[in-house]
Design a protein around this ligand. Structure first.
Ligand code: FE
Length: 204
């Protein structure tokens, strides 16, 4: 817990994008619906694909997995991800048959954007931020994830200094799949910890 939140200056490219967006909407060249759709793509597909590649690599390469768990920022940098604003420290937390990890930012919306892109709206909502801590099992059930009492739930509170990425369990029945195919199975929600990865590819 602790650390700073909400204090990150908006990066210069983000300011430029915002200015361009306002101008294009004002000139009637772009509708806010289109912008919303683009943002949704970044929330669901483009952003999380970085994290999905990290997870898939960890599943197929145990040495990489060890490096990821030891120093998340260095391991994602190996795949070309990271950079300014992502926080100095990225901690990958591994799900196992007996431990399930859930990521939240109780104070605002700190999020490991170099690997997950933009946070979904629900991640920023007060209900998610408080309930993830107070009643994580109930919250997860509402996301469709029923965890047996024997599974310990660990909740990780993000800050500007430390961000968390869940390393989900590799689903059964995927032994024949290669790294790229595995990456296609990994969802944003699984890397936040509100879902499992299943052997059936999600709709993108
Ligand atoms: Fe925060």
């Amino acid at each position: 817990m602790g650390g700073t939140h909400n204090s990150e200056p908006e990066p210069y490219p983000a300011l430029r994008v915002r200015a361009l967006e306002s101008l294009l909407i004002e000139k009637g060249l772009l509708s806010s619906d289109v912008v919303d759709k683009l943002v949704a793509i970044y929330e669901n597909d483009v952003g999380p694909m970085n994290g999905a590649r990290v997870v898939a690599r960890a599943w197929v390469d145990s040495a990489y997995k060890q490096r990821l768990l030891a120093d998340g920022a260095a391991a994602i940098a190996e795949l070309g991800f990271g950079g300014r604003g992502g926080g100095d420290k990225l901690v990958a937390v591994e799900n196992t048959p007996t431990v399930h990890n859930l990521v939240v930012c109780t104070l605002c919306s700190c999020y490991p954007w170099p690997v997950l892109g933009l946070p979904p709206n629900w991640y920023k909502m007060p209900a998610y931020r408080s309930r993830a801590v107070l009643e994580p099992r109930t919250l997860l059930r509402e996301f469709g994830l029923e965890l047996p009492e024997s599974v310990e739930v660990r909740v990780w509170d993000s800050s500007a200094e430390v961000r968390y990425l869940v390393l989900p369990e590799r689903p059964a029945g995927t032994g024949h799949l290669g790294e790229a195919e595995l990456a296609r199975l990994v969802t944003r929600d699984a890397m936040i910890g509100v879902a499992r990865v299943t052997a059936a590819a999600p709709a993108r």
